[in-house]
Design a protein around this ligand. Structure first.
Ligand SMILES: [Zn+2]
Length: 238
């Protein structure tokens, strides 16, 4: 199995690895990888593998029994056993870390100030949306949410990722509140992403280290998608 370097250090952008499997159709498997494979609304990383004086661009990651890096059409394929230097496309990953963190911040603010729970999410670099279970939208809601988000960005709260035993994790009320789907029974250790004092959830994505690194947030739109179903779209500065 690929060792997931990005889960321990979201700032890592370059590393050495060895090719374990290599196939034009299924993709490339490394022994160690910092490519986020996608999940929890955060899309996969892009980047490159450097080896033998050539490069293989990685344009997608497929998840299955392991993670398979998808090579760009026509790029050379490193044979099994090749030492490679992996490198992530920093601009995309950093934008996704800020966006993902911004959505956690939004989730914390809307629960604290309006009592609404998240029911879905999606993101691209520098824009994203969360769906909430919220019956009534009070006057000035959009402006109030935006102001509260930016106050939390300014507060520069620490964002920490750590692992807890399953029982300890689910003894935390906020972890239960924010769990959008139940964990499979076999999982003993839960990765937690904690915006200190604002939002805590079980999460596998990559995040920045403090809320100020998210930068100014704009609430672009609040959409009414049906009874009790509101969609909030946010954007960040490039
Ligand atoms: Zn998340």
């Amino acid at each position: 199995m690929t060792e997931r370097l990005e889960l321990r250090d979201a700032t890592l952008r370059e590393w050495d690895a060895v090719v374990l499997d290599s196939d034009r159709e299924t993709g490339i498997v490394l022994d160690r990888s910092a490519f986020y494979p996608g999940g929890g609304g955060q899309p996969p990383d892009h980047g490159v593998l450097l080896w033998g004086g050539v490069q293989t661009r990685v344009v997608d990651v497929r998840r299955g029994d392991d993670q398979y890096l998808v090579p760009a059409d026509g790029d050379p394929l490193p044979p099994v056993g090749t030492p490679v230097r992996g490198a992530l496309e920093d601009e995309r990953r950093t934008a996704l870390m800020r966006t993902h963190s911004g959505l956690h911040l939004l989730s914390g603010v809307v629960f604290r100030d309006f009592g609404a729970l998240v029911t879905g999410s999606n993101m691209d670099p520098l824009s994203g949306r969360l769906d909430f279970n919220l019956e009534e939208v009070p006057p000035g809601f959009k402006e109030a949410v935006e102001a509260a988000c930016n106050a939390e960005v300014e507060a520069d709260r620490a964002i920490e990722a750590y692992e807890l035993d399953r029982d300890d994790a689910f003894a935390i009320p906020d972890v239960i509140r924010t769990a959008t789907n139940l964990l499979p029974p076999g999982i003993e250790v839960v990765r937690i992403v904690d915006i200190k004092g604002l939002d805590i959830q079980a999460d596998g994505g990559t995040h920045v280290a403090s809320t100020r690194q998210i930068g100014p947030m704009r609430v672009v739109k609040v959409e009414n998608k049906g009874k009790g179903f509101r969609r909030i779209r946010v954007s960040l500065e490039g």
